[in-house]
Ligand binder design. Structure first.
Ligand code: A3P
Ligand code: MG
Ligand code: MG
Ligand code: MG
Length: 339
């Protein structure tokens, strides 16, 4: 008998690999000195839409009844104003899929991501490019896809085109695909590898928070660097934080490159999105780690498109969880969120 969610796992890997190729192709063709100095975000926009269309088309082929909560919608590609961008996206998608897709089919594929989410049945959640800013800098970004069943993340795939397979050799062998299914463990494989070789990932065995290291956003606007410095002080952490964009942070903690991923609320009004955390969530849990919000409560993926019942995210190797939550509570308890 095939393993639980075997067909979903294979389709999700195929979808993430194809979308990762789309992103890498766009980066090579469209991100230039000029776009960077002008802070031109158009390359990432094209790649975002292209990757969402490719993943949704593959999901529709394999699982036509499954709805999708995707980050993007086709609004900006519609009408005269969107025509030039739309043409670029359609060309890009057609270079990546087996059967040619018309403009309407591409737009419809993108808009298969409009589902509201919720607590019953199956739905996928997709972040076609997570770590937009990392993508534009040529640093870390990820294509993230997860399957949620009755409000629980059951499968997650994170494609990381720029992540080294082995952090001790940071300039070689880049391109990692991390995958986890409920109850089956977490694995990494080479993105675009010929075979199916996979290596099991384990979160670190660091038991004393003093010996741990943080992984956190590059963007101080996405997680408070000031609060993380205070928490490090409380825990006696002296190791330098690993800073990177995207859900590659979850992969880093899942394989022991770092021990703690902190996402500390910067403003009280921001609500985290399910596509920013679903795939990483199961990868951490299946690697032996533990994830919660800043109060120590599990993330609730059943509330719709956002994590409206949670604030912030703390992912740990498991062993240091209680100590980290205590330090987070002490730090955030002393001040109003975002202050
Ligand atoms: N104020 C905020 N606080 C937390 N996350 C935010 C934020 N504003 C945007 N984000 C999210 O942070 C994600 C990137 O996170 P990171 O800093 O870990 O790379 C973005 O995903 P996208 O890049 O997919 O838009 C976006 O959804
Ligand atoms: Mg994102
Ligand atoms: Mg995104
Ligand atoms: Mg975004």
């Amino acid at each position: 008998m095939p393993a639980y969610l075997a067909a979903e796992r294979a389709a999700a890997i195929e979808a993430v690999e194809r979308a990762s190729r789309v992103c890498t192709a766009v980066f090579q063709r469209l991100v230039t000195e000029e776009t960077l100095t002008k802070r031109d975000k158009s390359p990432v926009t094209v790649a975002d839409f292209g990757a969402q269309a490719v993943v949704n088309a593959i999901l529709e082929k394999h699982f036509p009844d499954d709805p999708v909560v995707g980050e993007e919608d086709s609004k900006d590609l519609q009408g005269e104003a969107g025509r030039a961008l739309c043409e670029k996206v359609v060309d890009l998608v057609n270079a990546a899929v087996e059967r040619p897709m018309s403009t309407d089919e591409v737009l419809r594929a993108i808009d298969r991501g409009q589902y509201a989410g919720g607590s019953t049945g199956r739905h996928w959640t997709l972040d076609p490019i997570d770590g937009t800013k990392g993508f534009l800098r040529g640093e870390q970004f990820a294509v993230c896809l997860a399957l949620i069943i009755d409000g629980k993340v059951s499968l997650g795939v994170v494609g990381c085109p720029n992540l080294p397979f082995d952090m001790s050799r940071p300039t070689e062998d880049r391109g990692v695909l991390a995958v986890a299914v409920e109850g089956q463990g977490a694995f990494q494989r080479r993105l675009h590898a010929d075979g199916d070789a996979e290596e099991r990932m384990h979160a670190s065995s660091v038991a004393n928070a003093r010996d741990a290291s943080f992984c956190e956003s590059v963007e101080a606007g996405h997680s408070s660097h000031g609060d993380s410095a205070r928490i490090a002080e409380l825990l006696g952490i002296t190791k330098q934080s690993l800073r990177m964009d995207s859900q590659c942070k979850y992969v880093a903690v899942a394989r022991g490159d770092a021990d703690i991923y902190l996402r500390l609320p910067v403003s009280s009004s921001y609500t985290e999105k399910i596509w920013d955390h679903a795939a990483g969530n199961i990868i951490i849990r299946e690697a032996g780690g533990r994830v919660s919000d800043v109060s120590g409560e599990p993330l609730d993926f059943s509330a719709g498109r956002t994590l409206s019942r949670n604030k912030g995210v703390i992912a740990t190797n498991g062993r240091v969880f209680d100590a980290v939550i205590a330090a987070v509570q002490r730090t955030l308890g002393d001040k109003a969120p975002g202050a």
